[in-house]
Design a protein around this ligand. Structure first.
Ligand SMILES: C[S@@+](CC[C@H](N)C(=O)[O-])C[C@H]1O[C@@H](n2cnc3c(N)ncnc32)[C@H](O)[C@@H]1O
Length: 457
């Protein structure tokens, strides 16, 4: 076989197809060029069998290479929101609402509200092509039918419930603000008529799954936020949507670095009367610290994450994720122990509280977590005069093994195992080629592996 043929065969056997030719993505690429975004010329958009759409390199990429540099004005962040005059006007003559809902939403929620507004403005915003390139739906279990959610593992269910509270509460707040604002701008009237939960949920998970960390506090003076829409926010504003950069998928093995490039002597700009032009020389770059072979997928790392977070926040699952663990609540453990003649005394409970042994209670592939090990030590040996519990706990290595302690909670672990297996069976019956259920079953099967390994010890 000749060199060209071998090369062709190699490329053919790879599990991706390029998608740069899709109309939406052609438009995205030319929009990015117009915006002045500088992309590493080796990068191409592609759809991969295992991860879906992502970024491919057609030549070798070496550690230290820049992947993409964006003018700050081609990213959606706190500056974009504060510089948008019609959007700002929703809040500016609505002091009552600003007071009523002071510090009651996250910046992520505000960004989601802003994205809903942009989406409804359609082709009348500069972001139209970017918004069109985003997924129409997300594979997080939040979007599963309620009946199916009821059969998920308790930890997955608990995160969905918290997401629902956050999303519904913030939706209610924005709806309320829209209803009471006195603004007569046409776009705001449009938003008032068409803002709905479905759109807001899409926007919320767009932000959740695609935002990157971007600290703009060196270029933006956030001291005077009272009487501005930022007074609604109860956390920091350090996230941003970055077109194209947000096409890169996650790998736990990747390492990367981002940099905000600010001209020398750049002033910290006051947020009142903010204008995007002030920031035209501010850029944001991402560099990889990995090597990538030609015709392989380029990844970045979204942070070290276990599958519970990846599934519920990002909508995907990594097989054999060593960071996975099965969580147990303090209350459940204490209830189980007291039903099995290990009731904690007042002194034991105080010791547990003061040593923080009532949280981070879990089992992973290495065995009991440090705190769960410590808690069980207190239960078992606190009144044993021959043992110094404090010394024993703090001299224990991670994943310490003690058969007596393990045996003490094995019945509880067996119950949990049976529960998870039963739920998996039910979920499999629901399954009709649903990636969200596949992911949840994948995680729950990982829990089964962890617990079975523990029981066998
Ligand atoms: C920042 S976006 C990356 C681009 C995205 N794949 C797209 O088509 O627009 C993050 C989303 O990509 C997907 N994703 C990222 N890394 C993944 C991986 N290793 N495996 C599967 N899906 C992944 C998840 O749906 C996640 O919510």
């Amino acid at each position: 076989m000749g060199r060209t043929q071998r090369k062709r065969k190699r490329i053919k056997s790879r599990s991706f197809h390029k998608c740069d030719g899709e109309t939406k993505l052609i438009q995205l690429n030319s929009w990015l060029s117009k915006e002045g975004v500088r992309r590493n010329h080796k990068l191409i958009l592609a759809v991969f069998d295992d991860t879906g759409r992502g970024v491919l390199t057609n030549k070798k990429i070496s550690a230290g290479e820049e992947l993409i540099t964006l003018p700050i004005n081609s990213t959606i962040n706190v500056i974009t929101i504060l510089s948008d005059i019609p959007f700002r006007s929703i809040f500016s003559r609505n002091n009552e609402c600003l007071l009523k809902f002071k510090a009651s939403v996250s910046f992520q929620s505000l960004l989601a509200f802003y994205l809903s507004y942009l989406k409804l403005r359609g082709a009348r915003t500069k972001w139209f092509i970017y918004l069109n390139s985003l997924p129409e739906e997300y594979t997080v279990p939040y979007f599963l039918h309620k009946d199916i959610q009821n059969n998920l593992d308790a930890d997955i269910f608990s995160i969905i419930s918290k997401q629902k509270v956050i999303i519904q509460n913030s939706y209610y707040i924005f709806e309320n603000i829209l209803r009471t604002c006195v603004c007569d701008d046409n776009f705001i009237q449009l938003l008032r008529r068409n803002f709905n939960l479905k759109l807001y949920e899409w926007a919320y998970f767009t932000v959740n799954t695609r935002c990157v960390y971007m600290d703009l506090t060196n270029v933006l003076d956030l001291k005077n936020i009272q009487c501005t829409l930022l007074s609604l926010v109860n956390d920091n504003t350090k996230i941003s949507l970055c077109p194209y950069l947000d096409m890169i998928n996650h790998s736990p093995n990747s390492r990367n670095e981002t940099k905000l490039m600010i001209p020398k002597d750049f002033p910290s700009v006051d947020i009142i009367n903010l204008h995007q032009e002030f920031f035209s020389d501010v850029w944001f770059s991402i560099y990889t610290k990995n090597n990538f072979d030609p015709f392989t997928q380029v990844f970045i790392c979204y942070g070290d994450s276990h599958n519970l977070k990846l599934i519920t926040e990002y909508g995907f699952f990594l097989p054999n994720n060593e960071l996975d663990c099965v969580l147990f609540s303090y209350e459940n453990i204490i209830n189980f122990l007291s039903l099995n003649s290990f009731k904690l005394s007042q002194d034991q409970s105080s010791f547990v509280d003061s040593h923080g042994l009532n949280k981070d209670l879990y089992i992973d592939f290495r065995g009991l977590s440090f705190n769960l090990y410590g808690l069980l030590m207190v239960v078992k040996y606190y009144y044993d005069d021959t043992i110094d519990v404090s010394r024993l706990i703090y001299s224990a290595a991670v994943g310490s093994y003690n058969k007596d302690l393990n045996d003490m909670i094995k019945p509880m672990i067996k119950n949990k195992l049976d529960e998870i297996k039963k739920s998996i069976k039910t979920l499999i019956n629901y399954q009709n080629k649903c990636v969200i259920i596949d992911n949840c079953v994948g995680l729950m099967s990982q829990y089964v592996n962890i617990l079975e390994k523990f029981i066998k010890c």
